[in-house]
Structure formats: structure tokens, C-alpha cells
Design a protein around this ligand. Structure first.
Ligand code: FAD
Length: 308
């Protein structure tokens, strides 16, 4: 099923993000997590793509296994980094054969490891995500994916701004070019202050971006995790009230975890009240925080997000 058919209007979707496990044991743990999350009826689940090297095949394997063994709709992430056009075509061809109809098209993180910012993008076949979107759209149409409709394509958005572009007006233009190239929806980077998301959504509307915007949610789980996320997510502006509350816990692990889940729950409640198109949960391959958020919201299934 295509995500663009599930979204829009008054409907609110939910998605859960996983990363591909590297060992058979962690794969089994992930499928236990997926079994715990499936009753929440996410509209789709997405699977990340490694910044380079040997883990990329694992994305394909996990996506295909989810499609075969569960009732979930998987959306693979696909990035420009290190791929020729032929390689991208081969990946898309295998997805099409496996019945995968949704792709999240990204530029990708530089392959130099966590926190690396440097990369020679001019040496890449696709320098920007917009070029990949254009290619994925054309491939899908040419190869009759989804009865000729082509792939449903998602792209990334950055409520706090992307660190690679200091000019926020130009940045909106770059996002718009991804939509003009054929993207159907935006999934955002995680953020902790809903004002950033709401302002971003308004700026998108002013820039003529009319596709649904799905809000990225990741509860703080630990002080160490916060620090790592600030690096990986290339920003992560923690608002002062959240930092102050975390300081009050004196770094006590369970207190920080509870506080993080509480904060994310309030973010979700507020976004749902304001008619967000969707919530995208960065699960880190664990089910606990997401299930706790649903429980505290009093929501048994993602199908209950929309109030009509
Ligand atoms: P782009 O849209 O290409 O933008 C990259 C930068 O270039 C931006 O600063 C933009 O403003 C600028 N730019 C765009 N077009 C132009 C132009 N024509 N001229 C000049 N500047 C331009 N990374 C991974 O490696 N694997 C993943 O699985 C992954 N999953 C992600 C999922 C989500 C939901 C999000 C939000 C991010 C994810 N990332 C992933 C990280 C993402 O790849 C990086 O943040 C990357 O730096 C930006 O990707 P993009 O697709 O937005 O790139």
C-alpha cells in the first residue's frame, strides 16, 4: 500500500523507524520488538540506510522480511552517498520486485562515521536528495511500479534548520525542489520544541509546500543518549525547561527516562490537538517508550489518532 493513499485530509498517520540489526541475535530481538509494536497499528514502518560500507544490504533484507512476515508496510530509506545511477536502479528494481512501493529518498550522512560533516559531494552521481527523488520517480513510472503510479516518495525536513545551509530562505527553496521533483510527503528530523515544528510547517505552507508533514518524535532516554543525539541529529535543540527538568533528576537514569517519555507524550498530544498529519517515532529498535506514550495518551491504536 502506498503511504500517499493513507495520508492527507483529516487523517493522521503513525510510523515507527528501525535500523537494520547486524547479527542474527539482534534481528530476533528486533522482531520481538516489532511484534510488541504491531498491535499499535502503525500506518508504516521505515528502515534506515547505513552511511556507507557493508551494512546497506541489511536494509534490503530487513525491509523484505518485514513485508513477508508481518502485516506492516515497510518504507526503506535510500541515500545518494556512494551510489552510481546503475546501483540505485538495481536497488529500486529489487524493491519493486519485492512489492515495495514507498521510498524515503535522502542525501545521506557523510560516510566518515558519527558526527562527520565532510564529504566531496561533487564526486557523487546524486549530489542532493532532489536529484535522487527525480530519479526514483522516473524509475518507478518507467518500470510500472504500483500499476504505473510509481513509488510513493518521502523526503527529510528539518524544523530546527539543516546545519548544511545557513540561509533558511534558501533551505525552504531546497525543500520545495524535492517536492517539485516528485516527493509526496516530508518526515522531519527529531525536535523537542513544538514551536519549531509549527513554525516550520507554516514556512512550508508559505513556500508552497502542500504535502503532508510527519513530525519526528524521539523521547530522551538518558543523558548519554541526549549527547549522542545532539551529534548525530546535527543539532537537537533541547529547550531550557527540558534541560532544567533533567538537571533536577541529578542524572538518575530512570528519572531521566520517565521525564523524556513524559516530554515526548506532551509533544504528541499537542501536535495531535493541532492537526498534525503524522507522528514518526524514532524507536531505536525498542518498543517501551513508544508503547508508554500511546498508553499515557489513552490511545490503543494509531487508527485512533484522528478525531473527526
Ligand atoms: P538534501 O535535501 O539534499 O539537503 C542537504 C543539504 O544541502 C541541506 O543543507 C540543503 O539545504 C542543501 N541543498 C539542497 N539542495 C541544494 C542545492 N540545489 N544547492 C545548494 N544546497 C542545497 N541519513 C542516512 O545516512 N541514512 C538514513 O537512513 C537517514 N534517515 C533519515 C531519516 C529522516 C527522517 C531524516 C530527517 C534524516 C535522515 N538521515 C539519514 C540524515 C540525512 O541524510 C542528513 O541529515 C542529510 O545531511 C540531509 O539529507 P536530505 O535528504 O535532507 O538532503
Amino acid at each position: 500500500m502506498q503511504i500517499r493513499d493513507m495520508i492527507g485530509g483529516d487523517r493522521t498517520v503513525a510510523s515507527f523507524e528501525f535500523f537494520p540489526p547486524k547479527t542474527p541475535e539482534s534481528a530476533e530481538r528486533l522482531f520481538a520488538t516489532i511484534a510488541e509494536l504491531e498491535p499499535l497499528h502503525p500506518s508504516f514502518v521505515s528502515v534506515t540506510y547505513g552511511a556507507g560500507g557493508g551494512t546497506r544490504e541489511l536494509t534490503h533484507d530487513l525491509v523484505v522480511r518485514i513485508r513477508r512476515e508481518t502485516r506492516l508496510t515497510p518504507m526503506p530509506h535510500l541515500t545518494c552517498v556512494g551510489h552510481s545511477k546503475d546501483e540505485i536502479d538495481s536497488i529500486l528494481g529489487r524493491y519493486a520486485e519485492a512489492g515495495i512501493e514507498n521510498i524515503l529518498a535522502l542525501r545521506g550522512d557523510p560516510p566518515g562515521g558519527p558526527g562527520c560533516r565532510e564529504h566531496d559531494w561533487n564526486g557523487e552521481a546524486f549530489r542532493y536528495a532532489a536529484e535522487l527523488v527525480d530519479h526514483v520517480r522516473a524509475f518507478g513510472e518507467r518500470h510500472g511500479v504500483a500499476d504505473g503510479r510509481g513509488f510513493c516518495i518521502g523526503v527529510a525536513g528539518f524544523p530546527e534548520g539543516h546545519p548544511g545551509c545557513a540561509n533558511r530562505l534558501q533551505e525552504m527553496g531546497h525543500l520545495r525542489s524535492k517536492i517539485d521533483a516528485g516527493a509526496d510527503l516530508v518526515i522531519t528530523q527529531l525536535f523537542f520544541d513544538n514551536r519549531d515544528f509549527k513554525d516550520f510547517a507554516e514556512r512550508c505552507a508559505l513556500a508552497g509546500i502542500r504535502v503532508p508533514i510527519i513530525a519526528g518524535i524521539m523521547p530522551v532516554q538518558s543523558v548519554k543518549g541526549m549527547e549522542r543525539m545532539a551529534d548525530l541529529a546535527q543539532g537537537a535543540r533541547y529547550p531550557a525547561p527540558l534541560l532544567r527538568a533533567i538537571q533536577r533528576t541529578d542524572g538518575h537514569d530512570e528519572s531521566v527516562r520517565r521525564l523524556g517519555v513524559h516530554w515526548a507524550t506532551e509533544q504528541c498530544r499537542d501536535l495531535l490537538d493541532h492537526g498534525v498529519s503524522g507522528l514518526h517515532f524514532y524507536t531505536l529498535n525498542k518498543s517501551g517508550a513508544t508503547r508508554e506514550i500511546y498508553r499515557t495518551l489513552g490511545i490503543r491504536s494509531s487508527r485512533d489518532f484522528s478525531v473527526t
